[in-house]
Design a protein around this ligand. Structure first.
Ligand SMILES: NC(=O)c1ccc[n+]([C@@H]2O[C@H](COP(=O)([O-])OP(=O)(O)OC[C@H]3O[C@@H](n4cnc5c(N)ncnc54)[C@H](O)[C@@H]3O)[C@@H](O)[C@H]2O)c1
Length: 315
């Protein structure tokens, strides 16, 4: 039987955040097409989603023809595919740029060519750099200090250029520190929370670089997905950039204490030398997104509890 479902492309749809977006799209009645090269993503991340509602294309977003094939017939695109690692971008700025900026341009150009209605881009708080003014507002000057941050900024600028010049609607979401199920804890480049959780569940103390007072605006993945789905169709979102953070800072020491509390451990963090270039504090002003109707629902404690449960089940 022919399907009249709207098709949405999710690049990086087998990854941590992308797989949750795919899941939510399918729940809302869309058909999701995934383009992923499985460099960090896994097919098992999408294994529980009904297969008739997803289409998986294994390929590289840096390949123009592949992106064109993937985008045809799609009304919306969520561009999540990237090397989601600041250290890798520092070690290999040229290789990372091909994916983190070059592929964005591929996606935008294919979106223009095939009349995609709107592209939603996975931006990053890394574009703010280490300027200490807090909280971060979207209107503040950007000053990225890593190739990762520069590529994210270049991508959002090009996206806004396509919005204005070619009429490809573009929305940038600047994610702060996303955490939740399916974030790969085995990668040394993974988010700090997934690494802490993985160690604590095994009864191993977390490692903290520095005094642990450094803080981040941790936001649970389901709230990030809700932000994506909100801006996908919202009439006031096109051509704009939004911070995606809870607007609350939590220190790494607080995370370690909460995890001890939730797991019944009393492990003392192991402190190591601070890492050069680590930003001390990061917190989002989320007024713009909340004005559109977004409300982060998951507290850090509840998110951590859900994550620990998922890790224990998988172990
Ligand atoms: N996790 C966070 O806290 C965070 C914060 C800010 C921004 N972001 C951004 O959100 C997006 C998703 O991040 P994530 O944490 O889910 O990372 P992830 O590594 O789990 O997901 C990235 C996905 O992209 C795929 N991919 C990478 N290179 C590709 C290529 N050349 N061709 C096709 N597919 C490719 C990977 O296989 C993976 O499935 C990224 O753009 C990342 O930069 C994440």
């Amino acid at each position: 039987m022919a399907t009249d479902k709207i098709t949405v492309l999710v690049t990086g749809g087998c990854g941590f955040i992308g797989s949750h977006i795919v899941e939510a799209l399918v729940k809302k009645g869309y058909k999701a097409r995934i383009l992923d090269n499985l460099s960090t993503g896994k097919l098992e991340n999408i294994a529980a989603i009904p297969s008739e509602d997803i289409e998986v294309l294994l390929g590289d977003v840096t390949d123009h023809a592949t992106v064109e094939t993937a985008i045809q017939g799609c009304e919306y695109v969520f561009h999540e595919a990237a090397i989601a690692s600041v250290p890798i971008s520092v070690n290999d700025p040229v290789g990372t740029d091909k994916i983190n900026y070059g592929a964005t341009l591929n996606v935008l150009e294919a979106a223009r060519k095939y009349g995609v209605r709107r592209v939603v881009f996975a931006g990053s708080a890394a574009v703010y750099g280490d300027e200490p003014t807090l909280p971060k507002r979207e209107s503040m000057p950007t000053n990225p200090i890593t190739p990762y941050g520069v590529d994210k900024l270049a991508s959002e600028l090009m996206g806004h250029c396509y919005n204005r010049t070619f009429g490809v609607e573009f929305v940038c979401l600047r994610y702060f520190n996303v955490f939740g199920r399916r974030q790969d804890p085995s990668s040394p480049y993974s988010g700090v929370i997934s690494i802490f959780c993985d160690r604590l569940v095994q009864g191993v103390a977390p490692v903290i670089f520095g005094d642990g007072q450094q803080s981040r605006d941790f936001v649970y993945v389901s709230d990030v997905v809700a932000a994506n789905l909100l801006v996908m169709e919202h009439p006031d979102a096109a051509g704009r950039t939004f911070n995606v953070g809870r607007g609350k800072a939590t220190s790494l020491l607080d995370i370690a204490h909460l995890l001890n509390d939730l797991t019944g451990h009393s492990l003392q963090p192991i402190h190591k030398e601070p890492r050069p270039g680590d930003i001390r504090h990061s917190i989002a002003d989320n007024t713009a997104l909340t004005a559109l109707g977004w409300l982060p629902k998951v507290t850090i404690r509840d998110g951590l509890a859900e994550l620990i449960e998922a890790i224990q089940i998988a172990a």
